[in-house]
Design a protein around this ligand. Sequence first.
Ligand code: PFF
Length: 458
Amino acid sequence: MQTNENTNREARQSLHGNWSSRLAFIMAVTGSAVGLGNIWKFPYMAGQNGGGAFVLVYLLFVFLIGMPVMMSEILIGRRGRRNPIATMKLLGQEEGDSERWKWVGVMAVSAGVLILSYYSVIAGWTIAYVPKAIFGEFAGSDAQSISLLFDNFVSNPYSVIFAHTLFMIINFIIIASGVKGLEKAVKFLMPGLLLLLFVLFAYSLTSGSFMDGVRFMFTPDFNALNWDGVLTAMGLACFTLSIGMGAIMAYGAYLPQETSITNATVSVVFADTSIAMLAGLVIFPLVFANGLNPGEGPDLVFKTLPLVFGQMQVGTFLATIFFVLLSFAALTSALGLMEPAVAWMVESTQYNRKQSAATIAFIIWFLGLGTALSFNSLSEFTFLQGTIYENVDFLTSNIMLPLGAVFTTIFAAWIMSQNSTSEELDGHGFVYKSWQFLAKYFSPIAILIIFLQAIGWI
Ligand code: PFF
């Protein structure tokens, strides 16, 4: 039986090719993880929740939940070597359980499509801010006019839809060319992103308030953090690492057999966390240097930073760099959000990769219209959680991601045999035992807490 399993596993090849190197895989997964979540969401949430204590708790969750869930996703993906739906179905049978596990894959793929529908709209805002930056629209403006600039832009459905469309077209072009296209894209995008962040970091070092930013981010004041904040930090850790929705599983399917999953996970988590920290270290000193409010909220990037840039001598240049950077980060994340659905369509229908990518991109684009219009024409159209955007966000972030992550770890740690998991994770040593403990008990329980909180049961 064991020999058989091994033979199956070794003979199984991804239908979309493999990553050319371990580094390419790490960059692709990092590209998916680093996005609006790190650069836009992390700083504003850290700001709203008082800084230090929130950051500390976030970091704890990244390591204690993020790592084991990510390892589970990669090992499942590589073992199945299919899209998340087919992989869960195949492994469910192979591990002697049920093929009904495919429903976890279905939920994961749907979550990707739904998340991307609104992610693309926000990414569109980011793209739209590039020409605003280039043409110096922030230069010398006060808070009121910067705020008005954003409100005016967002209240015009045509410009928001145009930016959303542009973002989806770029996405389609990159994803239609297959894994090779993905690789080329991330090889160029990731180092560019890091470089741009360092340029901004160098500026913030000289801003005069660098230490204020550092103190805010790293001095824990537990009075500033309530239970809700703890749960928010846990949810943010899942979101920024892209876990719970099959993206990492789909990328794992292209991972060569000899690559160490543990090492890859450590590199990705380290890179993702460093970029979030770097983003914080860029943003907070700038916020303090200009007497702004760190708890500004989701508007922080769009309404506050342009103001800061507008006051700086080289502001036009830096603002351009910043929004280009954010667009790149959003693009590489979007590729990860779309890949599971495209891989599923290529494998399960007669459509080729280009046709599948076009179909999925169109569906996402169409769904995204709901979000694009939530900020203008349809802002009065509310039900359940609020606008269309608020409902999609609630459904995905608060329900689907936590559920996806819980089921993924439960499957890897409880349903898969020790033989299978130790084979993928190379052995029975300390790392394996730690993974097993965290994946079996800690992560599912902790994530279940986020989930119950999100639906208001606790
Ligand atoms: N991790 C991305 C971010 O921080 O922006 C968002 C994301 C991408 C979530 C891909 C989930 C995913 F599958």
